[in-house]
Design a protein around this ligand. Structure first.
Ligand SMILES: *Cc1c(COP(=O)(O)O)cnc(C)c1O
Length: 376
């Protein structure tokens, strides 16, 4: 048996929706992108959504829209994908890394306050694996020190906070990823949700060259209007209608897909409980979209485990190599191995198992059987 780590769930419906866009001959940002933005807002419960070409772009534009600039310091977790902190560096600001909570693997709220200085402007929070970070307390800290909050919700499309609301509503801006492996995919793509009208205007401007008008509004439809102004040197981060058409179908399936992920997580929990592993901590106050199912191997060698799983045809992955262990972050900012002991300890033991809606019962049984065979 061959089991992939996180293949996209693409059906005839997605193929037909994309074909329709291709036949319409309007390929770039246009009516499908607007429809996707509107439906995404409705799903999340946010006032606005701005579609972009990746979560990396979403994070970068969000920092730009909040006027993050050279000399600023931005607090974030070391236990994340590089995009979370690279985008801070792209603004000329300094990423101030923080260690994680040993149970949830989310940013340790108690450590945030210790790292705040007069230069601190914002906190970028990651909802690791789909489980909400400690948002109530993080928002309290942000209010106390007048900091902006950006949520990296790359793993959390469809997750809920402990207040029952969908993730995408608490920080100033929330960034979603529609990368090929994520819970909702458009191949490549991202979305920013927001409840502030002024920020939306700025983000739409930054998304497309700093143009006073969207290109599609100039060319789409009968009345063409050739005039535009450049109000600032913006970027080229718009979504295309090809991606949006894919996203609209994926959005329809998202709750069903996340429920399937949840039921797989329950089965893993039940079956792996007897083994010498640390299962993901489940906070019953919030609801995870289960983008990941990470386990920690208490005694078995993690790298050996990955190799053994591979030889049985099962792909796994590691989320994440802490950023403070990366050569650029060490050379440029002076971070060192040993700076964040919890992240490092977890990193050496952690492995993400396959979890996605198309995973069949027999595949899941085979994975569980193989894990038991390897660990015993
Ligand atoms: C995938 C991911 C991103 C980047 O998403 P892209 O859409 O590929 O740019 C950012 N943050 C986290 C935590 C991710 O897992």
């Amino acid at each position: 048996m061959k089991i992939q780590f996180s293949p996209p769930d693409i059906t005839l419906k997605e193929i037909e929706a994309v074909t329709k866009v291709l036949k319409s001959k309007w390929l770039t940002m246009g009516p499908k992108t607007i429809e996707f933005e509107n439906k995404f807002s409705k799903y999340i419960g946010s006032k606005f959504s701005i579609a972009v070409n990746s979560c990396t772009s979403a994070l970068f534009l969000s920092l730009k829209a909040l006027n993050i600039q050279p000399g600023d310091e931005i607090i974030t977790t070391t236990f994340t994908f590089a995009a979370t902190a690279n985008t801070i560096i792209h603004c000329g600001a300094k990423p101030i890394l923080v260690d994680i909570d040993p149970n949830t693997y989310n940013i340790n709220t108690k450590e945030i306050e210790k790292r705040i200085s007069s230069k601190t402007k914002a906190i970028v929070v990651v909802h690791y694996g789909g489980q909400s970070a400690d948002m109530d307390n993080i928002m309290k800290i942000a209010r106390k020190y007048d900091l902006k909050v950006i949520e990296d919700a790359a793993h959390a499309a469809g997750s809920r906070y402990s207040n029952g609301k969908k993730i995408g509503n608490m920080g100033n801006l929330t960034c979603f990823s529609f990368y090929a492996t994520k819970n909702l995919t458009t191949g490549e793509g991202g979305m920013i949700t927001c409840n502030d009208n002024k920020l939306v205007k700025r983000l739409k401007n930054l998304r497309l060259h700093g143009m006073s008008k969207d290109a599609w509004k100039r060319y789409y439809g009968v009345k063409s209007n050739w005039y535009y102004d450049i109000t600032e040197p913006g970027y080229k981060c718009n979504m295309t209608d090809i991606n949006a058409a894919l996203g609209l179908i994926q959005l329809q399936k998202l709750d069903r897909a996340n429920n399937k992920r949840r039921s797989i997580a329950l089965k893993y929990n039940k079956q792996l409980n007897e083994l010498d592993v640390q299962l993901p901590f489940i906070d019953n106050k919030n609801e995870s979209a289960y983008h990941l199912f990470p386990i920690q191997l208490n005694s078995f060698n993690r790298d050996q485990f990955i190799n053994d799983m591979n030889s049985h045809g099962i792909a796994t992955s590691v989320h994440f190599i802490p950023l403070h262990m990366m050569s650029y972050y060490q050379n440029e900012f002076g971070y060192q191995d040993g700076d964040f002991p919890i992240s490092e300890k977890v990193f050496h033991k952690i492995v993400s198992l396959p979890i996605y809606p198309q995973l069949s019962d027999s595949q899941l049984k085979y994975i569980i059987r193989t894990i038991k065979k390897i660990l015993r």
